[in-house]
Write a protein that binds this ligand. Structure first.
Ligand code: GYE
Length: 360
């Protein structure tokens, strides 16, 4: 409970500070170097020795969620807060991301943050970090082949997938829809977010006897979502009544493709469309009834890492796994609660007030 409260407070704090600064750092690589001269000047003559040098190996810039994650890191790991941040954008290429971590090791970072593009392939470079005595934090996606890190902060993607399935079951029942023929637009292959959301939804689909007509990689991008949906509209013309997009941006692309194919969707349409992330533009689509629901994934891991660093510096032992709080949002006030993992969870009916309160 204490952790949940902390999560909520941190989310609110970040929401306020992001709203105040308007977000918007460019996601381009900005290596600070071990001397950090540029940042020293920017910090008004402080030496980098006074600051905590932290390297962040980010996935890329594929989605709105990713932009919110990057902005959050810039906001939290600012010089004002005592940090000298080196940021690397791997553009969804794991080899580039591993190389960025090696560069951080050479630069003698105090800490390294990794948001792992794929779940495997990490043990060697994490061992190098350990040998160099640099504590590593994993955020968002998980590393499944190594435990050589201090803490992981992120979301339970399988629970997100199950929540989507349980909501769909309750919604279909309420609407008298007896048959589900679903198309899934997956996120990037090998990412734990993709694996968890796919498995969680499939568990409910299998239990309920639904048909998943197809499940293809849209790479978490709008263009990817559009491309996959264009091909689905051709191959499964008239056969599907549900589209599950594993992130918001894919849903935007999927709606463009359905518009072009003359397929109607959303509250008044023939096809139920849902997404994961719940960025503000997606919640706006839900408010307008273009999308039926969106399942939140919280991109604000940076404040938790800051907290973990403070614990480490105070000689405390942080928790190995820190889960963030999330909510589920729907267009119609039909399903108000679902049970996931034996826990009753509210489904938030989106109103203008709910949209206005969204932090990112
Ligand atoms: O859902 C998607 C992003 O890893 C949870 O990556 C993250 C996912 C997020 O590109 O929008």
């Amino acid at each position: 409970m204490k952790k949940k409260l902390l999560a909520l407070l941190l989310t609110l704090t970040m929401a306020l500070s992001l709203a105040a600064c308007g977000g918007g750092e460019d996601a381009a690589e900005e290596p600070a170097g071990d001397e950090g001269t540029t940042n020293e000047e920017a910090a008004g003559g402080e030496t980098s020795g006074d600051l905590i040098n932290i390297g962040f190996a980010q996935v890329g810039h594929e989605s709105d969620w990713r932009a919110a994650s990057t902005n959050s890191a810039y906001e939290v790991f600012s010089e004002e807060n005592g940090y000298n941040l080196s940021f690397s954008d791997a553009d969804n290429d794991q080899a580039v991301q591993i190389q960025a971590v090696r560069t951080f090791i050479q630069q003698g970072m105090d800490y390294i943050i990794i948001d792992p593009i794929t779940a495997t392939g990490w043990d060697a470079v994490l061992t190098e970090c350990e040998d160099a005595g640099i504590p590593v934090f994993i955020i968002d996606r998980t590393v499944d082949d190594s435990d050589k890190y201090v803490s992981w902060v992120g979301s339970d993607f399988t629970t997100e997938g199950k929540a989507c399935g349980e909501w769909l079951k309750a919604y279909a029942e309420a609407k008298g829809i007896t048959e589900i023929n679903a198309l899934v637009i997956e996120g990037s292959t090998g990412a734990s977010a993709t694996i968890g959301r796919t498995e969680g939804f499939k568990e409910v689909a299998d239990r309920e006897g639904w048909t998943i007509l197809d499940s293809q990689n849209g790479d978490f991008t709008e263009a990817g979502g559009q491309e996959v949906m264009e091909s689905y509209c051709q191959s499964y013309d008239g056969q599907f009544n549900v589209v599950i997009c594993q992130n918001d941006n894919e849903a935007y692309g999927a709606m463009t493709a359905m518009d072009a194919a003359g397929v109607t969707y959303g509250v008044d349409g023939d096809v139920i469309i849902v997404s994961f992330d719940s960025n503000k533009p997606a919640v706006q689509h839900v408010l307008e009834g273009n999308m039926n629901a969106t399942f939140e994934c919280n991109p604000m891991a940076a404040p938790f890492v800051d907290e973990v660093i403070k614990q480490l510096e105070a000689g405390e032992t942080p928790e190995k796994e820190i889960y963030m709080e999330e909510s589920w949002f729907a267009a119609e006030d039909i399903v108000s609660e679902i049970t996931v993992n034996g826990e009753a969870m509210p489904v938030i009916h989106v109103t203008q007030e709910v949209l206005d309160a969204r932090p990112y």
